[in-house]
Ligand binder design. Structure first.
Ligand SMILES: O=P(O)(O)OC[C@H]1O[C@](O)(CO)[C@@H](O)[C@@H]1O
Length: 422
């Protein structure tokens, strides 16, 4: 497709537009009676089962969506991303968050350089540092071990790490490795958030991790200054070197702030802030709390789905299928919202994380060439764990508006409770 042609001007788009009338004649109840269709519309990878048979779509819809993906050169675009090309055209940068979780021996190039060794240099540094804090070989200004961590950051420097922390909190292995330690997140500029975070904490046993890609974000810098004052007014200004570390792409500003550059953990401009959870942004605070080996499993899981996304034909490719169905729902069927409904309290912070990842990326009114789009883009994501949501907003979903829902179930709970007789 020539870059100046809008996707909505292509034949596959027009074909899908016409197809909406066919779908409007069907009822989901009848679609679900078609056993073959239901079997076709499931897919499994690495313990994840995607069942999209309850979408208002047929195998014919899928065929048409794959043709649209072809017209949009989706496969080429995926290859260009993994190949380190500058697909972030507004900032003229690679988009390589996938390199953050690549195995040590992988080769991923950006601007003619394999970036994987740089990634592992930082991961090794995090492992060493987090072990020294956890073992008590690194102590605070008064000689006490640092058992509590406050991670200061906002947006992508907060939501991803908070999501993973919340998910790990009730994992049996992570409970053991986190024993005796606390991890807090300070994001809001409202001083109430500072007050809540430091309540009950002692600066003598607290490590502050300032997390900011740019190291200029107003909320984060104000909160960082507030905590620097909290430490130095209690332990003296020299204590900052022992009690504050940073994660950033801007190591010059980190040093200017007064944090020893040796205690700064780098990442790179080819990592979008909202996709940075697998960089030091997430790996440092989570390793301090749970140990590096627990966090490494998370990186391996992310890497596994990267490989699936990169190499699986679209018919079986879970991220591609989810993306195409979202486009179908928003831009063709006209459903603006999507509810994310995990039936697991451990996934409590999943919807806020996805909200940023999706809505900070896809809510655009213009094409990549700056042409005004004649159709709606991007979905409004919201969600809450079931069953809590059932007693709140499900009423509107049942009887008011049509809202496509992603139900997420777990087969084996982290914390199974079986009550006899129920
Ligand atoms: O990590 P930083 O540079 O402090 O930015 C925080 C957040 O601010 C934004 O740039 C815009 O709100 C997000 O994309 C980002 O995650």
């Amino acid at each position: 497709m020539a870059s100046s042609v809008l996707i909505s001007d292509t034949e596959p788009w027009k074909d899908l537009k016409a197809h909406v009338a066919d779908i409007n004649k069907t009822h989901l109840r009848d679609l679900m009676n078609d056993v073959k269709r239901s079997q076709l519309m499931t897919n499994e990878f690495d313990g994840i089962l995607l069942d999209y048979s309850r979408q208002r779509a047929t195998p014919e819809t899928l065929e048409k969506l794959f043709k649209l993906a072809e017209a949009a050169s989706l496969k080429e675009k995926i290859n260009r991303m993994f190949g380190g090309e500058h697909i972030n055209s507004t900032e003229n940068r690679s988009v390589l968050h996938v390199a953050l979780r690549a195995p040590r021996d992988a080769v991923i190039q950006s601007d003619g350089k394999n970036v994987v060794p740089d990634v592992w240099e930082v991961l090794d540094k995090i492992q060493k540092f987090s072990e020294s804090i956890r073992s008590g070989s690194w102590v605070g200004a008064t000689g006490k071990a640092l058992k509590d961590v406050i991670a200061v950051g906002i947006g992508g420097s907060f939501l991803g790490p908070l999501f993973v922390h919340t998910a790990l909190q009730t994992d049996p292995e992570a409970i053991e490795t986190a024993r005796g330690r606390q991890l807090h997140f300070l994001a809001n500029v409202d001083p109430i958030d500072v007050a809540r975070n430091i309540a009950g904490l002692n600066p003598e046993t607290t490590l502050v991790v300032v997390v900011s890609k740019t190291f200029t974000t107003a909320e984060t810098m104000l909160n960082a200054r507030t905590l620097r004052e909290w430490i130095s007014s209690s332990l003296g200004p020299d204590a900052v070197a022992k009690h504050m570390v940073a994660v950033s792409t801007n190591l010059t500003l980190v040093e200017k702030f007064g944090i020893d550059p040796n205690n700064a953990f780098a990442f790179w401009d080819w990592v979008g802030g909202r996709y940075s959870v697998c960089s030091a942004v997430g790996v440092l605070p989570l390793s301090l709390q749970y140990g590096f080996s627990v966090v490494e499993k998370f990186l391996k899981g992310a890497s596994s789905i990267d490989q699936h996304f990169c190499s699986t034909p679209f018919e079986k490719n879970i991220p591609v299928l989810l993306g195409l169905l979202s486009l179908w729902n928003v831009s063709f069927l006209g459903y603006p919202a999507r509810a994310i409904l995990p039936y697991s309290q451990a996934l409590e912070k999943f919807a806020p994380h996805i909200q940023q990842v999706s809505m900070e990326s896809n809510g655009k009114g213009v094409s990549i060439e700056g042409v005004i789009l004649p159709f709606e883009t991007g979905e409004i994501d919201f969600g809450e764990p079931g069953t809590n949501g059932q007693h709140s907003f499900y009423q509107l979903i049942h009887q008011g508006r049509v809202i496509p829902c992603d139900f997420i179930g777990v087969v084996k709970s982290q914390q199974p409770v079986y009550l006899k007789g129920t």
